[in-house]
Design a protein around this ligand. Sequence first.
Ligand SMILES: Cc1cc2nc3c(=O)[nH]c(=O)nc-3n(C[C@H](O)[C@H](O)[C@H](O)COP(=O)(O)O)c2cc1C
Length: 195
Amino acid sequence: MTDRAALTPSPIRPEVAGEFLRGRRSVDQFTAEVPDEALVRDAVEAARWAPNHHLTQPWRFYLVGPQTRSEIIELNARLVAERKNAEVADAKRQRWQGMPGWLAVTCAQSDDPITAREDFAACACAIQNLTLYLHSAGVASKWISGEVTRHADLPRILAYDATVEYCIGIVWYGYPKRRPRSQRAPIDGIMLSRP
Ligand SMILES: Cc1cc2nc3c(=O)[nH]c(=O)nc-3n(C[C@H](O)[C@H](O)[C@H](O)COP(=O)(O)O)c2cc1C
């Protein structure tokens, strides 16, 4: 008889894995404590083992320090002020200033639409690896993809070449103040059998 566990050894039992995966939440309320950079580096190391067609390794992770962060926050406040008003913009500014950890994630540009789609998918898998790794250390996170992540000023602020890569999001991370609820549609509606 085949020993399946020996063929695909895993230190994690399925029921533990399921509970762990279901336990990750998107969090945007954190304590002031900033997680260690070494932990973030380990999370990025794990992120790059995401599946990736043709091994293009299209991801870059920018650890965003205080100066760059301020520029992003100001750009975002400006966009919110234009769209809404100064009061809402200031509230956003203050909220964003409270986010302890920031990573900006970019994906390689590609002229080939199939490669572009697959590279984006690989980057999304990498972000999920990253957030799950952080989750295992008690660090929560949120991937945001608002207007500021697509703004033409962002490549200058983050100092990357917009002809080579584009930002797919910012990941805030830190120790959670609370664990929000989340819901999913029942599995019967999404897993469909065909003969
Ligand atoms: C590609 C992507 C973009 C997202 N962008 C935002 C965003 O801009 N703002 C936000 O509040 N949440 C954003 N989220 C987080 C989702 O809102 C969150 O995953 C969803 O509410 C489910 O919550 P959960 O992750 O705790 O299950 C994004 C998630 C993904 C995967």
